[in-house]
Design a protein around this ligand. Structure first.
Ligand SMILES: [Zn+2]
Length: 231
């Protein structure tokens, strides 16, 4: 746990200490905030490349502040183990992307789990993450975590797929390259496509672990050798 002071001025990655200090007016001058949360906040900032912030009463909460915010009786916010997150730009698309990723136990979800996040709350206008100590009902590779969402989300329209620039670029490369090599046997083209496509997940590059990356690298090298031999 990090001790966060009202008038502190230390830097925690992208966050100044005062960015991490409670938004509750009756908060004490010092309170704790989980290290895992601070790591997760920095990770999310870096991953989406967009500045993020803890929402108004979305950090450490006192009892009265928690009640006013409509928080659960035993909210992790009371323990300095939860944050509600907002993005300063592109928020709708990012929250939609996170919704898909967390529901499908994707790469962002896995990264957050690695950092010690054990609670995921999906809301229409923000994301709640917490570093609870108690175990949740969900299980991912033996790690127990808690998942909950705003009940209206499921019944509302499907979240749009995040339209990242990386995906646009890869689509472009895809059509350019594969239009030019139509003379190739279909199996070879599909093989090449597979190598490229497995690097992409939801518009973000995902190497799928070192083994996946190395095996694709080997496949590419073998393919180049094969082509050289043909010539
Ligand atoms: Zn929350």
């Amino acid at each position: 746990m990090a001790l966060i002071s009202r008038y502190g001025n230390r830097q925690f990655g992208n966050f100044n200490e005062q960015d991490l200090y409670s938004g509750c007016s009756d908060a004490p001058d010092e309170h704790y905030l989980s290290d895992a949360l601070i790591d997760a906040l920095n990770f999310l900032w870096k991953y989406y490349g967009t500045a993020i912030e803890i929402s108004a009463r979305g950090g450490y909460r006192t009892q009265s502040c928690n009640a006013a915010a409509g928080g659960a009786e035993k909210s992790q916010h009371l323990l300095g183990r939860a944050v509600d997150v907002n993005w300063k730009e592109n928020e709708t698309a990012i929250i939609a992307h996170l919704n898909n990723d967390i529901r499908n136990e994707g790469i962002v979800f896995q990264s957050l789990l690695d950092l010690g996040i054990r609670g995921f709350g999906l809301y229409n206008t923000f994301i709640h993450i917490d570093a609870r100590v108690s175990e949740g009902k969900q299980n991912y590779n033996g790690i127990k975590y808690a998942f909950f969402d705003q009940s209206t989300w499921i019944n509302s329209i499907d979240p749009p797929v995040f339209d990242g620039n990386v995906q646009d670029q890869i689509d472009k490369v895809d059509s350019n390259i594969f239009d030019k090599i139509k003379g190739f046997p279909k199996a070879v083209v599909n093989f090449i496509k597979q190598i490229f496509n497995t690097n992409v997940e939801d518009g973000f590059i995902n190497y799928g672990g070192i083994i996946g990356f190395v095996s694709r690298l080997l496949a590419i090298i073998l393919m180049i050798l094969f082509l050289v031999l043909l010539i």
